[in-house]
Design a protein around this ligand. Sequence first.
Ligand SMILES: CC(C)(COP(=O)(O)OP(=O)(O)OC[C@H]1O[C@@H](n2cnc3c(N)ncnc32)[C@H](O)[C@@H]1OP(=O)(O)O)[C@@H](O)C(=O)NCCC(=O)NCCS
Length: 181
Amino acid sequence: MTSQAKLEIRRSDATDAEDRALVDRIVAIVNAAYFWSEAEQWTDEKERTSTPEITDLLKSRKLLLAFASEQLAGVVKIEKIDPKTAGFGMLATDPNGLQRGVGKALVGAAEAWALAEGFGEMEIEIVRAENPNSHKQLLHDWYTRLNYIEIATFPIIERIPEIAPLQKQTCVSTVYRKLLS
Ligand SMILES: CC(C)(COP(=O)(O)OP(=O)(O)OC[C@H]1O[C@@H](n2cnc3c(N)ncnc32)[C@H](O)[C@@H]1OP(=O)(O)O)[C@@H](O)C(=O)NCCC(=O)NCCS
């Protein structure tokens, strides 16, 4: 991707799940993004996603896909949390195309989707070590600029106990919410 390439974002559909090259590229981008940004958090066995998970998310239309020059540049998962609240997660930009506005465009698209669906709030989380690395600090600063407000922090094993053996150090999840309007 070049910085001039026009970005196109669309919601996934069932036909995407049959495109093996696309599925593989989504899995690769998501796993690479969380591998480099969470290296000190997890053992090398930890992978953020898998082919079956991405296939299911594509089929259930829960991914927004960003393309630049027809090449997948980034992805974000969208979901309903409760009748008033939407969420996004699994946000990932191709590591070769960082800092070109892909992440910002995907967050904007996720918020636009939530608004169009009638949700009043968006919820997100940052999973980090107790002492955040520079990327997690950057995320906190970015989401704060976007008006996300920290509402809770808890050890990640409270929600996902089976992740405990994969932790290299204690990891926590910080939940943020934003009122949409
Ligand atoms: C988070 C991530 C998706 C951002 O992707 P990106 O395409 O590089 O993001 P953008 O270029 O749109 O930048 C988003 C914001 O972060 C800032 N930013 C991004 N990288 C930065 C850096 N290295 N230094 C300073 N600011 C940076 C940008 O200035 C921008 O802020 P602004 O809109 O207020 O100017 C990407 O870094 C990534 O894949 N990270 C690993 C996975 C991850 O952390 N996901 C989020 C989990 S909550």
